[in-house]
Ligand binder design. Structure first.
Ligand code: ZN
Length: 421
């Protein structure tokens, strides 16, 4: 069965696949296919059983058994993908990270995640890579399983589980020596990295996240944690199980170690240098710059964008973004949403344009390039025959005005459709 739900009605129906599902034909003004900055016109898309099976002129498609959805003035495109989310966190100006980790029950955090995921899907994001439960054990794995069973609506979730940190490096911090607090990730070192990596995999991690640096320098600055060989150990252990590894790294030395250790993406990279981005390009490592989180944190610390000089964090992330573009690094779209409001993920895409990337390239990052980095290029991220029907429509042309992504007019996730038309 297919359901057409009006966006105005905030009600979801969990959908069971029915035996006599009707086909759906989407008729937009233009299509962004995920790989080309040139929009395609005069084409309609036929969806059957949750997959795209034909893309042709409307008069060439069999409309007799299909529900036709007209999308005048709109561009159809792949559902958006965010490669760096935290569905178990909410904005730090509501509740700081320490209090979320130490004072919120796992039940509260899971229920919040349900709200976050619904807002994210309605915002046009059909896949999230979630970068760690931040102290909530394997609640992310449980939330993912609930999504898969249709218990709650939301994007596809690809989860890291607990994530790995070096002993002594991670928070919450600042307690007396006799007080032991639970950490926001799982500590491990050379002697037990294989065990911890395998244990996280066994508990349902889809990939492994390692913190290659953290703010544990003598003055609270970001300093490297693991050695290259420690990171290699994690990467090889994960790879043996068919999983990849990604690294949190802000400082050049931690980025260098993570790249040489074999990770597939670097998260943040705020202080990356031209030499480091060249190394990433040479080794085929992609970068998730998380610009939106950087701007959100600067705002929480009192920055008013456009007023006065940019703080160091913003200066750094602008210059690193310029350097990465110049080096030709593969850019992923990953926002670190959770630091700021879930559903505002497209802020990252607006900032990527503002910081100098071509809008068409940003759209490719948020669709086909992100899909490739998830090892899912044959399933999602393109409007192409055979792909899953995870699609959105937006008013006008997103290459001319990226901000139209903020309010999709239609979101399709297989059998579930939100339609504002
Ligand atoms: Zn993060």
């Amino acid at each position: 069965m297919k359901y057409l739900l009006n966006f105005v009605v905030i009600a979801w129906i969990s959908v069971q696949a029915g035996p006599a599902a009707a086909d759906i034909i989407l008729v937009p003004d233009a299509i962004f296919d995920g790989t080309s900055s040139k929009l395609i016109t005069n084409r309609a898309v036929l969806v059957s059983d949750g997959r795209i099976i034909q893309i042709a002129n409307l008069d060439k498609l069999d409309q007799s058994k299909a529900q036709v959805i007209l999308l005048p003035g709109q561009t159809l495109m792949p559902g958006l993908i965010d490669l760096h989310s935290h569905v178990l966190l909410h904005p730090y100006d509501e509740t700081n990270w320490n209090d979320q980790v130490l004072k919120e029950s796992w039940a509260e955090r899971a229920l919040r995640a349900g709200n976050h995921l619904k807002a994210t899907l309605e915002a046009g994001y059909t896949t999230l890579r979630d970068l760690g439960s931040e102290g909530a054990g394997y609640v992310d794995v449980g939330v993912k399983q609930a999504l898969q069973k249709g218990v709650i609506p939301g994007p596809r979730l690809i989860v890291a589980g607990k994530a790995i940190v070096a002993t002594g490096s991670y928070g919450p911090k600042g307690f007396a020596e006799h007080v032991n607090v639970p950490l926001g990730a799982e500590p491990a070192d050379a002697s037990n990295l294989v065990t911890v990596t395998r244990d996280q995999i066994g508990h349902g991690a889809d990939f492994i996240k390692v913190y290659a640096d953290y703010r544990w320098g003598p003055n609270g600055e970001a300093m490297p944690t693991f050695s290259v060989s420690e990171i290699q150990t994690i990467v090889e252990t994960a790879r043996s199980s068919g999983r990849y590894t990604v690294a949190h790294a802000s400082s050049p030395e931690a980025m260098r170690r993570a790249i040489l250790g074999g990770v597939e993406t670097i998260e943040h990279g705020t202080a990356g240098t031209p030499e480091i981005f060249q190394l990433m390009k040479d080794k085929g490592v992609a970068w998730c710059p998380t610009l939106a989180a950087g701007e959100a944190i600067a705002e929480y610390q009192g920055w008013r964008k456009g007023e006065g000089a940019d703080p160091k964090r913003i200066i750094d992330q602008k210059s690193s973004f310029t350097a990465a573009l110049k080096a030709g690094v593969t850019m992923c779209a990953g926002s670190d949403v959770g630091v700021f409001d879930h559903g505002d993920n497209a802020w990252e895409l607006e900032l990527m344009v503002e910081y100098g990337m071509k809008p068409g390239d940003v759209l490719k990052s948020a669709t086909s390039i992100n899909a490739g980095l998830l090892h899912m290029a044959d399933q999602i991220g393109q409007v192409k025959i055979g792909m899953l029907a995870e699609l959105i429509a937006v008013a006008g042309n997103p290459i001319e005005d990226i901000s139209v992504l903020r309010k999709p007019t239609l979101v399709m996730q297989g059998d579930i459709i939100f339609n504002r038309n």
